[in-house]
Design a protein around this ligand. Structure first.
Ligand code: MIG
Length: 684
């Protein structure tokens, strides 16, 4: 059950697509305080209450104890004290005596003070007065999330190839450099499915152009890579270079599709191309005009895109820079003291203001800060709708940096410019269930860390965690190159990446289940073992689907780690083609984890389908499946979801796999299934 409450006249975000009647009862979960400019929803917290949710954010799985601000921000440090990252995911779940979820559907700034100002009080502060609030109920936490997810609609379905290993860097400077990267993979039989192109492929950062000098014959380059099973994925920046003679700029100007300033002139900021216009993605026509330009690439055979800088990120506003220049010139001969200096410094740091920007939504002029959190969402929604016009049934890879709930129907996200810090490896693990609650299933983080120089061991451990994650992409922007071949133990990376391809039937199946059943792929342990009071404390392990538990190593120099087993489980260590298993008893146990190891734990009575590894998703032999079992009195079973991986319209198929006394059975003749009996010896 879901109750919808409406305050004032909310801007339609289209986050929720199921229809609910407006509820006029009093909200019983919160006490409400209205001030002249805001609404505050407060609730007492018991000692044991947990708060889950908030999607992409800093801190733990339990969000309690910090103050978060939903306001999409280009923030490249992601420290523990950050309040906002790139996304605004306003769903939280109170895990208390009678659990419930809350979705705050508000496109402006919302503060979630979750026991920060007062340790025993949660407060949601809405800084404007027009919004909707949904209170979501259910039989248990899984049910609450499911009800919410049904209300916001089915998550984006990514193509199967985008579950392969992907390499990126800011930036590969030429097509020859790209060829060298791919050569390293192919010559060493390290699997890869995609190579990402950052700013350098463009002509002077002009969106929908290519750099003829360093990336000559672009369409041929695309097909040359494709022949090697490597898809090229170009970056698409949100803003458009403001320049006479540049087609996109001229067209957008003429059609009136760019955001305006207060006086109705095109707003000019500065981003990578220099002075730029900002397409008005909140204006459907403007969004569709921009999206139609993706055809420039799809005509060349490009099948995937990543949308960047769409918070939107602005380095400075032309007007505010000019005002500052005038101010400095005027003050040339007047005294300047310490206070003046700090004022000036502050100004230089924030030389743009979202209040300068206006949208045109169905003829209505709306100031950007009132709808700020919808910009990246609408850029990506437009792209998805536009791509659907180009090829209606094709699944394109599409993911975005900024997002709002609702965007999960159109694309995935990556978690932006993280750091090559061990704490960010753990933080990513902790973001996974929160992202899934908010509908974002096709997600990933920059493996190895985007900012700061990585280390070989950090890259290895990060790759090992990402084996389980849909978007498995190594990306960085700093000096130290972090493609696996730059390190000493190349074979260790190879083992880990091969393990990914082996595990794909399970990973993809659990992804499809989460999409089609409105479920979470990654869950906190408390969602699966509600009767075990200890698991609410576990912040560094997750359930992946119902059947396996993951517990990555996230500390430097650690040869292993302690793992909490909520029940007897089978420990599995994969090393590419090699596998080791050991049955472990419930409780705390220390396990050693070599650097080339992918570690997970299976529940009793279950099995994991595996492929033989291959150098690309296309080379996998998908009808030959090997199963790894942890039987319960000789039996194990698994329902494997699969589909064509290419079209949107295909319904998932379900392969029922059953193992009885070392023989495997399934409900389809298309598959050949073998039991990996050697790993079962210690079990029978
Ligand atoms: O201001 O395109 O998060 O992945 O490599 C930096 C360059 C702009 C930010 C993205 C990052 C990308 C980088 N971009």
């Amino acid at each position: 059950m879901i109750k919808k409450y409406v305050f004032g006249k909310p801007f339609e975000t289209n986050a929720v697509i199921e229809n609910f009647d407006e509820c006029k009862d009093k909200i019983k979960e919160f006490s409400i305080n209205e001030t002249s400019s805001s609404f505050e929803f407060a609730r007492q917290l018991d000692d044991d209450d947990i708060i889950y949710g908030l999607g992409e954010n800093v801190r733990g799985i339990n969000k309690r104890g910090w103050i978060y601000e939903s306001y999409a921000t280009d923030e490249g440090r992601h420290t523990e004290t950050a309040k906002s990252l790139y996304a605004a995911h306003n769903f939280i779940l109170f895990y208390c005596s009678s659990p419930f979820g809350v979705f705050v559907d508000a496109p402006f700034k919302v503060t979630f003070d979750l026991g920060y100002s007062k340790m025993d009080e949660a407060k949601i502060i809405l800084h404007e007065k027009n919004f909707k609030i949904y209170i979501i109920y259910g039989e248990n936490v899984n049910d609450i999330v499911k009800n919410f997810r049904k209300a916001i609609g089915k998550s984006y379905l990514a193509p199967f190839w985008s579950f392969g290993y992907m390499q990126s860097r800011w930036g590969y400077k030429s097509s020859d450099e790209c060829r060298q990267v791919v050569k390293q993979f192919r010559e060493n039989d390290v699997p890869i499915d995609a190579l990402f192109l950052d700013l350098d492929y463009m002509n002077g950062c002009r969106v929908f152009t290519t750099n003829e000098k360093d990336f000559p014959d672009f369409p041929e380059f695309v097909s040359e890579m494709r022949q090697q099973d490597v898809r090229l994925v170009p970056i698409i920046d949100a803003a458009v270079k403001a320049e006479k003679g540049y087609e996109i700029s001229d067209e957008g100007e003429k059609l009136g599709y760019f955001c305006k300033d207060e006086n109705g002139n095109d707003y000019v900021g500065c981003v990578w191309p220099g002075y730029t216009y900002f397409p008005d993605y909140l204006n459907t026509e403007a969004g569709q005009w921009f999206a139609s330009k993706y055809q420039y690439f799809t005509d060349m055979g490009i099948e995937g895109f990543w949308n960047d800088m769409n918070e939107p990120a602005i380095f400075f506003s032309k007007k505010m820079l000019e005002d500052l220049q005038t101010e400095i010139a005027e003050r040339k001969d007047s005294p300047f003291d310490a206070g003046d200096y700090f004022n000036l410094r502050q100004k230089v740091n924030f030389l743009w203001d979202y209040k300068e920007i206006y949208h045109n939504v169905n003829g209505e002029k709306i100031r950007h800060d009132h709808v700020h959190n919808l910009y990246g969402y609408n850029m990506t929604k437009s792209a998805s709708v536009g791509l659907e016009k180009i090829e209606p049934d094709k699944r394109f890879l599409l993911f975005s940096r900024s997002s709002y709930i609702g965007m999960h129907r159109y694309g995935g996200i990556w978690t932006g410019d993280n750091q090559a810090w061990w704490s960010h490896l753990l933080m990513f693990l902790q973001q996974l269930p929160s992202l899934n609650m908010c509908g974002f299933l096709y997600v990933g983080s920059d493996i190895g860390g985007f900012n700061s120089n990585t280390t070989e061991d950090l890259s290895l451990r990060w790759t090992a965690l990402s084996v389980f994650v849909p978007l498995m992409r190594n990306h960085n922007g700093t000096e130290r190159p972090q493609e696996w071949y730059n390190f000493i133990h190349k074979d260790w990376f190879k083992d880990i990446i091969k393990s990914r391809y082996r595990l794909l039937p399970y990973i993809y199946s659990e992804y499809l289940k989460a999409v089609h059943n409105y479920d979470m792929m990654f869950k906190p342990l408390s969602f699966v073992f509600p009767d075990d009071s200890y698991v609410t404390q576990v912040e560094d392990q997750l359930m992946l689907g119902e059947n396996i538990m993951i517990a990555p190593v996230y500390t430097q120099n650690a040869k292993g780690r302690f793992v909490y087993l909520p029940e007897d489980m089978l420990m599995v260590k994969m090393f590419g083609d090699q596998i080791e298993t050991e049955e472990l008893d419930k409780g705390n146990v220390y396990v050693t984890v070599p650097y080339n190891c992918v570690l997970f734990f299976m529940r009793k009575g279950t099995l994991i389908p595996l492929y033989d590894s291959a150098v690309s998703t296309e080379k996998l032999i998908k009808n030959k499946i090997k199963v790894l079992c942890f039987t319960d009195e000789g039996d194990a079973e698994y329902e494997m979801y699969y589909d064509d991986g290419k079209t949107k319209s295909c319904e998932p198929k379900k392969l029922e796999i059953l193992v009885e006394n070392e023989s495997a059975y399934c409900n389809s003749n298309d598959f050949q299934i073998t039991v990996l009996a050697e790993y079962m010896n210690n079990i029978f």
